[in-house]
Design a protein around this ligand. Structure first.
Ligand code: TEU
Length: 571
């Protein structure tokens, strides 16, 4: 075992692993086909056994569910779909009793159009809350929307309110109007709400699209994309003029100097590594870590559903770049998977011939980098994308809007369905596979989204009893982070960055090294001679225990521990 000190309490999250729960698809306790809080409580032992430290819950607040809860109608209550505040309190208590922290998803770039703040704001230009949202008259030049921006879910980012003749801004669905953070009352209402959750016992927050809150109030037009007829307005609202001020103020006002054991995680579209280094510099008092998108948009061509192949060296170049350039003070999130992304084993691995091998190789490659790993529910089982073949299979607003629009426009159905199968957010949202029974143990009723038919083979029940399962491998991986400070603190050096099949790197700290060598391909690959040092010991592998093996089988991964002292010419 490697020598070294445990991370300090003030940055406990560097040695932690976060598990994301998408409550609607996790576990249903009451048979209505939708997951709920009591379902989560009933499955906490699975999470404790896995060994994760923090649970992040996607939104559980009252919501019209236009965007599965990312349209919040009341920030300080629980949607009856998911349970009650009493259930929530019990969940927090039961999680804490198992040493699991709870992080809530805070969606404050926008509210639901059913939130009382928006209902009040919409009542007319004289409303005291009119300025809480972005209302503007029609453009003088066109009489149409005030800017040419498109929304992320298709169409204009502006919606006309016939009663007042003004438009309001919605970067996502029309039912998700954007809050105006220029207004100090908006900011203090959000801070008060977050303090209320802290007082209820939560340990931190994941902040949805938080770098979009500081719009340039001039709202300038963008450059029109001829394909959609709308502009990408991001240059005028992502990482906007007052973003650092808002984030520092939020941390100050919400944590009030008591950061201990707490965490703020920001989700950020269009964020570069230099921006992220600033957002996560502890000296600036903003965020502890950010989700960036660079590596998960490499397979987007001109837009998200224009799917292009990604050669391994490109993926490595992106991940390595973040590893190498976030600086000594910045901190990464490590993720390939969440409720918006296709399943990694289907996207990057081989979910047919090498499901277990590729799920474990990919996880190992990701987890042993510098940063905090995030496991999205079912990833620890190697869950694959569900079959999506017709409009009726889709549930997600973004996918439905895209597929309808593309098919109506006469695009080739095969291309459209390929795009859905490889890019849709619905890929992540099929129910958690607990066992081999009718609805995978997710519900006794009719699931809101059909379970993947492969649940007879791929399920938690089976994997918990199998030492060679994806689940067992995740347990070993998480345990390795917990006990080995090189994983937490080590420098990162990429190895063979141009190699078409090997993903390899070395971490080093305090004279100790960890070398990760993974075969990200369906064919055997020889291990380069310089990576086969005899004085290293194998600490983790998904292909047996033969330390002297000279070849990596398809999707095999090996992690070696060594010391720089034993190899003075190596760093
Ligand atoms: O997502 C941010 C976001 O814009 C993308 O991930 C988006 O889901 C889409 O893939 C763009 O093509 C966050 C939430 O994670 C997502 O579920 C919400 O729909 C979105 O914000 C709005 O709240």
């Amino acid at each position: 075992m490697t020598k070294g000190s445990a991370p300090r309490d003030s940055d406990w999250w560097k040695s932690a692993v976060v598990y994301q729960i998408y409550p609607r698809s996790f576990a249903d306790s009451d048979g209505d086909g939708i997951g709920d809080l009591r379902g989560i409580i009933g499955r906490l032992d699975h999470l404790a056994e896995l060994g994760v430290d923090v649970l992040w819950l996607s939104p559980i607040y009252p919501s019209p569910q236009i965007d599965n809860g990312y349209d919040v109608a009341d920030y300080q209550a629980i949607d009856p779909l998911f349970g009650t505040l009493d259930d929530f309190d019990e969940l927090v208590a039961q999680a804490h009793a198992r040493g699991l922290k709870i992080v809530l998803d805070i969606v404050v770039n926008h509210t639901s159009d059913q939130h009382p703040w928006f209902l009040e704001s919409r009542s007319g230009p004289a409303s005291p809350k009119r300025d809480w949202y972005w209302w503007r008259p029609p453009a003088a030049t066109t009489g149409g929307p005030p800017t040419n921006w498109g929304s992320y879910f298709g169409g204009s980012a502006w919606q006309l309110d016939p009663a007042s003749g003004e438009y309001y801004l919605h970067l996502f669905a029309p039912e998700q109007p954007d809050l105006n953070w220029e207004n100090p009352q908006v900011r203090s209402a959000v801070h008060a709400m977050m303090r209320w959750w802290l007082a209820r016992g939560v340990d931190g927050f994941r902040l949805d699209v938080i770098n979009l809150i500081a719009k340039d109030p001039a709202l300038p037009d963008g450059v029109i994309d001829p394909r959609t007829g709308f502009a990408n307005g991001e240059p005028h609202y992502a990482n906007g003029p007052r973003i650092h001020e808002y984030l520092a103020e939020m941390r100050r006002e919400v944590f009030q100097g008591n950061d201990s054991g707490r965490i703020l995680i920001g989700e950020m579209l269009s964020v570069g590594v230099a921006d992220a280094a600033r957002y996560t510099d502890p000296g600036r008092g903003e965020l502890d870590m950010v989700f960036q998108f660079e590596h998960v948009v490499l397979d987007h061509g001109s837009h998200k559903f224009d799917r292009i192949p990604v050669e391994l060296p490109r993926l490595k170049a992106s991940l390595n770049h973040w590893q190498e350039h976030l600086g000594p003070r910045g901190w990464n999130t490590l993720y390939l998977s969440n409720h918006d992304q296709p399943r990694p084993v289907s996207r990057f691995g081989n979910d047919r011939a090498f499901r277990v091998e590729s799920a474990t190789a990919i996880a190992t490659t990701l987890h042993l980098m510098r940063g905090t790993p995030f496991v999205y529910q079912g990833e620890e089982l190697g869950m694959a994308n569900p079959p999506l073949t017709e409009l009726g299979d889709l549930r997600d607003i973004e996918s439905i809007n895209y597929a309808r629009q593309a098919l109506t426009a006469g695009e080739d159905p095969e291309t459209v369905w390929h795009a859905i199968r490889t890019g849709s957010r619905d890929n992540a949202r099929s129910p958690m596979q607990w066992d081999a029974s009718a609805h995978a143990g997710f519900t006794t009723g009719v699931p809101w989204f059909p379970v993947n038919p492969d649940h007879d083979r791929v399920n938690a029940d089976r994997q918990r009893r199998d030492a060679d399962s994806v689940f067992a491998h995740y347990r070993r991986l998480i345990e390795l982070r917990h006990r080995n400070p090189v994983v937490v603190r080590g420098d990162f050096t990429s190895l063979y960055p141009e190699h078409p099949a090997l993903f390899a790197y070395r971490r080093s700290w305090g004279g100790e090294t960890l070398t990760v060598i993974a075969n990200w391909s369906d064919r055997p690959v020889p291990i380069p001679a310089d990576l086969r040092q005899r004085d290293q010991s194998l600490v983790l592998a998904n292909d047996g225990t033969d330390e002297a093996a000279e070849t990596l089988g398809p999707w095999a991964v090996r992690v070696f521990a060594g010391s720089i002292a034993g190899n003075p010419d190596r760093v």
